[in-house]
Write a protein that binds this ligand. Structure first.
Ligand SMILES: [Zn+2]
Length: 358
């Protein structure tokens, strides 16, 4: 069946001899329209009733003579600026899925177009296989987002048990879970919250080396690292993910600064590059320094902090899984400082020529 283009539900402003498409809040497209034919075409496209071949007849009814080639060019140009969908963007999804994932599908519509319907993004999420290391403040929140989005499978690795202090920020657990293994309690939360949506495999294991991550991550579509021990865990995940060819996302809180970043093996510089860059900078400065006092690890993450962090990390994991848009944090440090008016920084790190991995 030929594709029927439909205008996304966006605001369209009409001015003399001009039409403005408000594709997103910050994205305006100005189209010259001296004879009103663009406005007429947008009205036809809002119905989503015709394939391109049917557009000349629909335009004729509105008093405009156009060719099919004109219409094909106009539709391609509108698709290019991201304001068209396929009229059947949800095609192939059953009624239960349409109800359960209504908001997810409408989110995907922001990124969908004539080449890729919204349903394709949902299917990519449904087919996803996520290795989630850690079911603490960030990990349990990421799990909740993944279940909401309808990720197909999550292998959740955690060795801790739920403690009372976790109730300030780990909302997958309740008082009744205190003393239970987090991996089990989180799996049970997912089964209660949305049965049949995400298959959560609970793995009670401590992550101590790259071999463990490699074994647990085999077949994963993305790895989310939500643990902060051992100390060099990011380098271990980096090494394992490079061998597996699987992207990974991580984040955390240091003092009052939230941060997150990701690595896409084969595409972005890796985490080891960042370590080597820092070592090079230190060597270049040639200043002797030793650590006099080291900061003891204190967990200051409150509920809103953990939720923010989990949201940023889950969004980035979602970009890898569905390719709505390119990952924004690949080899790029994103920080938000809670104690500095939420000041935000975005700092990409370059490839290190001496990196043995990438
Ligand atoms: Zn590297």
């Amino acid at each position: 069946m030929p594709v029927r283009p439909r205008l996304k539900p966006i605001a369209v402003v009409r001015r003399p001899a001009e039409v403005i498409l408000v594709g997103r809040a910050m994205q305006l497209t100005y189209l010259a329209d001296p004879d009103g034919s663009v406005a007429a075409l947008l009205q036809v496209l809002a119905q989503g009733a015709h394939p391109v071949a049917g557009l000349p007849a629909a335009m004729r009814e509105r008093g405009f003579t156009v060719t099919e080639a004109d219409m094909a060019a106009a539709v391609a140009a509108l698709d290019e600026v991201g304001v068209l969908l396929r009229a059947d963007t949800d095609a192939g999804l059953d009624p239960d899925t349409l109800r359960r994932h209504e908001s997810n599908l409408r989110f995907y519509d922001l990124f969908a177009g004539l080449q890729r319907p919204g349903a394709a993004f949902h299917r990519a999420m449904r087919d996803a296989d996520v290795l989630l290391l850690g079911a603490g403040g960030m990990g349990s929140g990421v799990l909740q987002s993944l279940v909401g989005l309808g990720a197909g499978r999550v292998r959740l690795v955690d060795f801790d048990v739920v403690e009372e202090k976790n109730l300030s920020r780990q909302f997958a657990y309740g008082r009744a879970d205190v003393g239970r293994a987090k991996a089990d309690a989180a799996r049970d939360w997912a089964a209660r919250y949305s049965p049949g949506t995400t298959a959560v495999e609970a793995v009670r294991e401590r992550v101590a080396d790259a071999d463990t991550i490699r074994r647990l991550g085999a077949g994963a579509s993305v790895v989310v690292c939500a643990i902060d021990s051992p100390n060099d865990v990011h380098l271990l995940v980096n090494e394992a993910c490079f061998e597996l060819g699987v992207p990974f996302v991580t984040g955390g809180l240091q003092y009052s600064t939230l941060f997150y970043w990701s690595v896409e093996p084969g595409v972005s510089p890796c985490r080891l590059c960042l370590e080597l860059n820092r070592a090079d900078e230190g060597a270049a400065q040639q200043v002797e320094q030793t650590v006099m006092m080291s900061a003891d690890f204190v967990n200051r993450a409150t509920g809103p902090v953990a939720q923010l962090l989990a949201g940023f990390v889950a969004l980035e994991a979602g970009r890898y899984l569905t390719r709505t848009d390119p990952p924004v944090a690949a080899a790029t440090y994103h920080t938000f400082d809670l104690a500095d008016a939420m000041r935000m920084t975005v700092e990409p790190w370059p490839h290190n020529p001496g990196c043995p991995l990438c």
